[in-house]
Design a protein around this ligand. Structure first.
Ligand code: ADP
Length: 214
């Protein structure tokens, strides 16, 4: 599902975030990327999502060389990926339902089928009752759950999350962790970057130390 072959990533002016990394994540696998701040966790996920391009080596996702994708092919890649990233903010002038609907509206889904998928996703994260609420009225944990619902309305086979439990208290973090577990249990591959890998004891741990596998 994901293959990194001798992948390196250097940011200007010469920061080697990942000097040379090799690993695979299989279909339906549950993996946690752990490591200190600055270890390269976000960079690794951004390479998977084609947010960043590798400086060297090959990143394959679902058999596609994502580092070599043309810019106009990236949206097609993303349709099979669910992304939960800090910088993908919720729209605070749209309600819960509309936020979760966004990826399907952009993809031009027929509204009735889209609404069905949105409600199924909101149900999975326990937000169905709150579909009319505005994001400002949600707790931090609920906002994170909405971000997850929005990431999965396309029914991706791979869900990627960067520090999805940051800024949450421990109990709320455990609830959010459980949602990732639920998706894994229905066959979705899940890759979570987190400083708190204790939240995911059953996941395979890929530990990074200064951009190298520890
Ligand atoms: P983590 O997610 O583990 O905290 P990152 O992948 O964010 O690690 O960062 C790895 C290294 O790359 C750090 O030294 C960081 O400062 C650097 N870095 C990350 N993004 C950029 C960028 N856009 N430009 C320059 N340096 C970056």
């Amino acid at each position: 599902m994901i293959q990194f072959k001798h992948v390196s990533k250097r940011y200007p002016p010469g920061i080697d975030a990942l000097p040379d990394i090799d690993f695979e994540i299989g279909d339906g696998e549950f993996a946690v990327i752990s490591g200190h701040s600055g270890a390269g966790k976000s960079t690794l996920l951004k390479l998977v999502a084609a947010i960043e391009r590798p400086t060297g080596g090959v990143v394959l996702v679902n058999g596609q060389n994502v580092g070599a994708l043309k810019r106009n092919a990236v949206p097609y890649l993303r349709r099979n990926l669910g992304l939960v990233f800090q910088d993908q903010k919720l729209l605070f002038d749209r309600n819960v339902f509309e936020n979760a609907m966004l990826p399907l509206s952009i993809a031009g889904f027929p509204p009735r089928e889209a609404a069905k998928r949105v409600r199924a996703a909101l149900d999975k994260v326990g937000l169905l009752e709150r579909e009319k609420a505005m994001p400002i009225a949600l707790s931090g944990g609920e906002q994170q759950r909405l971000a997850i619902a929005r990431a999965v309305v396309n029914r991706p086979n791979l869900l990627i999350a960067d520090e999805p439990t940051a800024h949450l208290d421990h109990e709320t973090a455990r609830d959010v962790a459980q949602i990732f577990r639920d998706f894994h249990q229905v066959g979705v591959a899940v890759v979570v970057a987190t400083y708190d890998s204790g939240l995911f004891p059953e996941a395979r741990r890929i530990a990074l130390n200064h951009g190298r596998l520890a």
